[in-house]
Design a protein around this ligand. Structure first.
Ligand SMILES: [Zn+2]
Ligand SMILES: [Zn+2]
Length: 263
């Protein structure tokens, strides 16, 4: 598995932002024959075993109608309710949704995708994202991944958000523009920074790629990323895309960090 994953990683990495087309059959070969988060064999490939499925925390309602942050308990006013952050500082994107809560189980899917060349996990996550983002995908004209700075792209060899965008696009039959956005400077891992520090760290760090904007002008864009914490990065991407003339921006991520104040 590591060999094929590393090979595919090299294929993706070698062509950088513009990924080589890979057929469905080749992608299916990359799906893990064992549970995505443990060693139990599963059939068909690419699923969780029953025990890991039971541990998976999907984001469902109630959540913030705008940014999708899960409300830990009912009592926030039902489906149309906004979280305190969206009430005070509405984001540039119209709506964000996540497949999973970013908890220890989700770490076991996302960290190996990000740091250990387990690119087949993008296929597993993309299925969950396509389900969580059904409404958003139905309205999207084009998918755009959150960009990685070229220095980090060089070190990691692939952009995990691009892998996710590509896999979700294939499932939902939507076009993907992989290099619509670029990072002008690397942003340090934001770790425990609060929302204000996160927004400052990404402010001015992302720009639209002029050559791609003629295609995106007037389009409804669905931005794709692996994890959303405060939403600062997604907000900055949405801000610059809207500034470049796209019609609207929504956001679909694999996992959302819950706000402890809402749990
Ligand atoms: Zn398992
Ligand atoms: Zn919100």
């Amino acid at each position: 598995m590591r060999t094929s994953a590393a090979l595919a990683g090299a294929v993706y990495g070698a062509v950088g932002r513009v990924l080589a087309p890979i057929g469905r059959a080749a992608i299916d070969l990359l799906l893990p024959a064992h549970c995505a988060t443990c060693d139990t064999l599963v059939a068909p490939p690419g699923l969780f075993c029953a025990r890991c499925f039971a541990e998976t925390n999907f984001v469902s309602t109630p959540c913030c109608a705008r940014c999708g942050v899960p409300f830990g308990h009912a009592g926030h006013g039902g489906q149309a309710a906004l979280c305190p952050v969206c009430r005070e500082h509405p984001p540039a994107f119209a709506r964000a949704r996540a497949a999973l809560r970013y908890d220890p189980h989700a770490h076991r899917l996302i960290l190996p995708l990000k740091h250990a060349d387990r690119i087949e996990l993008a296929q597993v996550l993309a299925r969950l994202m396509a389900r969580a983002g059904t409404e958003l995908l139905a309205q999207a004209d084009v998918l755009v991944p959150v960009p990685l700075h070229r220095r980090r792209l060089f070190a990691r060899r692939y952009n995990q958000a691009a892998l996710l965008a590509r896999a979700v696009g294939r499932i939902a039959d939507r076009p993907v523009v992989l290099d619509a956005l670029r990072r002008l400077r690397p942003t340090a891992p934001l770790g425990d920074h609060d929302a204000i520090a996160r927004a400052a760290a990404v402010s001015g760090a992302i720009a639209p790629r002029a050559a791609r904007m003629s295609r995106l002008r007037g389009a409804r864009v669905l931005l794709v990323d692996d994890v959303m914490t405060s939403g600062a990065t997604a907000n900055e991407c949405a801000r610059v895309l809207l500034g470049a003339g796209v019609a609207s921006v929504e956001v679909l991520v694999a996992a959302r960090v819950p706000d402890p104040r809402l749990d």
